[in-house]
Design a protein around this ligand. Structure first.
Ligand SMILES: C[S@@+](CC[C@H](N)C(=O)[O-])C[C@H]1O[C@@H](n2cnc3c(N)ncnc32)[C@H](O)[C@@H]1O
Length: 399
């Protein structure tokens, strides 16, 4: 294991360094940081370098310095939505020494009087605010890292749009510094100007009658814009249970349609990823809109047909086949791509695609079942069962 040569030093808004930080800067040859941070922590002799523009070139610059004594100044805790996470994509953990200061989340929780274990901490810094749509529930306490002074207005609009207009919003500016200031209001009345550098605290309150959208799969069909060719609520709930989402796992949704299965996968567990393959342009558009509306704008959609379109995609942890089962080589292509231990779930409504699943079951095993759902509806003046199309489902774990 190599010795750490890159030290990440947390710094507060007041210029106070993390424990051990002053020593790390005194021994560094080169110190990277923003202009403000380099000014705040100016009692060291190392060469000062401000972040390059574009920022992404910094990783190559740092790689060229490997083995030298380099320090990086970063706000708060560099490992909590900070530069530490970005550096770990380019350098092994053994290269880094991390000296954290209190994070914005900790400072904000302290000011709000919220216990952190009862608070959701998330970031929309450089990300779509629509991510918040999946984090809302009545009584939620959210601490949110933001992009700039525009974010509170966008969040207020989103909350009102979701039926959470009564939510109490607090913008905590320049936490820990001499310019610290708290701005309070409700989402529905928000008109305050906020400094770019702030953290947002949301005490989430729903309007009377606001319907909460659970994370357990099986959202109502009306939660999605669709053209009828979708995996319906009850079948979708069973499908997601068979797919077994877990944090960080990647799903391929083959024949994504309006995106319902991939969207529920993304909502079911944190850090999940999903790629939807869908050649029908209008359905792809519906899937993109549904993903934004349901708080998972990171659903990746591809205008392509399987199996050809499977080439070059990152290895999936699970695959759902909701369309194209009769296409030559589709099941084999999916099975080949799936990682060992991964789940494949395929749904069929036609006899031809059911025959493909029967052959796969006879050849490989797994579970084959037939799902049928009846919904009560009016028959004349009385009530009767109306069957939905039965679905044959094959589930398989790759050895
Ligand atoms: C029953 S729908 C999918 C339903 C989807 N799970 C949903 O909830 O909206 C089947 C979809 O598969 C797509 N499809 C058909 N053959 C395909 C193939 N070979 N590759 C990718 N998609 C395909 C169709 O365009 C259609 O949108």
């Amino acid at each position: 294991m190599s010795a750490p040569w890159l030290t990440l030093v947390g710094i507060g808004e007041d210029g106070v360094l993390a424990p051990g930080g002053a020593d790390a800067l005194a021994h560094a040859e080169i110190v990277y940081g923003g202009t403000r941070h380099l000014e705040l922590a100016d009692e060291f002799t190392a060469e000062k370098r401000t972040w390059p523009s574009p920022f992404a070139t910094v990783f190559a610059d740092l790689a060229a310095l490997k083995g030298r004594r380099v320090a990086v100044l970063a706000t708060g805790d560099p490992m909590w939505f900070g530069i530490g996470a970005s550096l770990l994509k380019h350098f092994p953990a053994a290269d880094l020494r991390v000296l954290p200061s209190p994070s914005a989340f900790q400072l904000a929780a302290g000011r709000m009087g919220w216990a952190l274990q009862d608070t959701e901490c998330l970031s929309v810094h450089g990300r779509p605010v629509d991510l918040l749509r999946a984090a809302l529930y009545p009584g939620a306490r959210l601490l949110v890292l933001t992009s700039n002074g525009e974010t509170p207005r966008q969040v207020a609009d989103l909350l009102a749009d979701e039926g959470y207009g009564r939510t109490r919003m607090t913008a905590l500016e320049h936490l820990g510094g001499s310019r610290e200031r708290c701005i309070d209001g409700t989402a529905e009345d928000w008109s305050q100007d906020v400094a770019d550098f702030h953290t947002l605290a949301l005490d989430v309150l729903g309007d009377p009658g606001t319907r909460f959208r659970g994370r357990t799969p099986g959202l109502a069909d009306e939660a999605f814009r669709h053209d009828g060719k979708m995996t319906k609520q009850d079948i979708r709930a069973v499908t997601l249970a068979e797919l077994n989402p877990y944090p960080g796992a990647l799903l391929w949704d083959v024949g994504a349609g309006c995106g319902s299965v991939a969207i529920e996968w993304l909502r079911a567990a944190p850090r999940t990823r999903a790629v939807g393959l869908e050649p029908h342009a209008e359905r792809r558009q519906m899937a993109a809109e549904n993903a934004v509306a349901l708080g998972v704008p990171h659903l990746e959609l591809k205008d392509t047909t399987a199996p050809a379109g499977l080439e070059g995609l990152p290895t999936p942890d699970a695959i759902f086949i909701g369309g194209g089962l009769t296409a030559d080589g589709l099941v084999d292509g999916c099975l080949k791509a799936l990682k060992s231990g991964g789940r494949l779930v395929a749904n069929a409504v036609t006899l031809e695609s059911e025959a493909v699943l029967l052959a796969a079951y006879q050849h490989l095993g797994g579970d084959l079942k037939k799902l049928s759902v009846h919904r009560a509806s009016a028959v004349g003046g009385l009530t009767g069962w109306r069957p939905l199309m039965p679905v044959t489902q094959w589930s398989y774990t790759k050895p």
